[in-house]
Design a protein around this ligand. Structure first.
Ligand code: GLN
Length: 287
């Protein structure tokens, strides 16, 4: 006998032991299998599922039971004011990374005010992954040009697909390690959310992180190696008064500030994310 939406949602109880948000997870997975919204599920509880819809839903419940992140199962994630396609080759964009976007947009508005609004700014996103940060910035102003760099080809493929589906044209993709991908020009801003988790960090065994690419998460020297490299490389590519913005771990504020100050950056400042954790440090290049 065919199963109704209401009955299918009861199956989500199998997620109960593994996920605090099991009910929401079940609704998202069922809505995805039906290609409908969550509202639809509540409006039509007595509608029956087609055989393949039930099968798709059961398979996604199974994946979720194994701990796979919802974003990978759905193949998408909300970030800033848009939705991104994601897969297991890219980090799932985090809400705390929106702090970097908001701060970058504020500083870019400041630069534009100083140099004139019609002036195109050159912005770089190092380690773009799904393209989350680069796309949020490129959407901020069509006159800005964003260069999005990643060493991973599969990541760049996702990022480019996201740019296409969001119809963002003022973005260029480069496959390279950090600043190796940049032109010999001076940029107005470089941003990065590099890998910064220490190799032995117990968080890596938890929930979503277990399924995410370690190349996007883990760095040597307690997570500081890539942050250090980015600081030392970036200063060769920044205009006078340009900004470098780095997301980092909650316990890396002192090290990252020191990297920036030792490299000659000024106005070094750390900001806290919505959880009150040190998350973002910026510095200005005096030229
Ligand atoms: N903020 C991520 C986490 O701790 C790590 C992302 C990163 O290394 N850039 O889950």
């Amino acid at each position: 006998m065919a199963e109704t939406i209401e009955q299918a949602l009861v199956r989500a109880q199998t997620l109960r032991s593994g996920s605090d948000s099991w009910q929401l997870d079940g609704e998202l997975l069922l809505a995805h299998a039906l290609e409908k919204t969550r509202e639809y599920l509540h409006t039509w509880p007595a509608r029956e599922l087609e055989a393949e819809q039930l099968l798709a839903y059961q398979e996604s419940l199974h994946r979720r039971q194994q701990g796979e992140p919802i974003a990978y199962i759905l193949g998408k994630k909300e970030f800033w004011d848009f939705e991104l396609a994601v897969n297991s080759r890219v980090l799932i964009p985090r809400p705390e990374t929106e702090l970097l976007v908001a701060t970058a947009l504020e500083l870019l508005a400041g630069l534009n005010a100083a140099v004139g609004y019609a002036c195109a700014l050159n912005i770089v996103d190092l380690g773009t992954g799904s393209g989350a940060i680069a796309l949020a910035l490129a959407r901020g102003n069509k006159d800005w040009l964003v260069t999005a760099v990643d060493i991973s080809e599969p990541a760049l493929a996702i990022a480019a697909a996201n740019a296409k589906s969001l119809a963002v044209g003022n973005i260029e993709f480069r496959q390279a390690s950090w600043c190796d991908g940049l032109d010999a020009i001076e940029y107005d801003m470089i941003v990065a959310n590099p890998p910064y988790v220490a190799a032995g960090d117990s968080h890596l065994q938890q929930a979503d992180l277990k399924f995410e690419p370690s190349i996007a998460l883990v760095a040597d020297e307690d997570g500081l190696t890539e942050l250090r490299k980015i600081v030392s490389q970036s200063k060769n590519f920044l205009k006078k008064d340009a900004w470098l913005l780095l997301e980092h771990g909650f316990n890396q504020k002192r090290d990252v500030s020191r990297f920036l100050q030792d490299a000659g950056f000024v106005n070094v400042e750390c900001k806290q994310d919505f959880a009150g954790l040190d998350r973002l440090t910026s510095g200005q290049w005096p030229g």
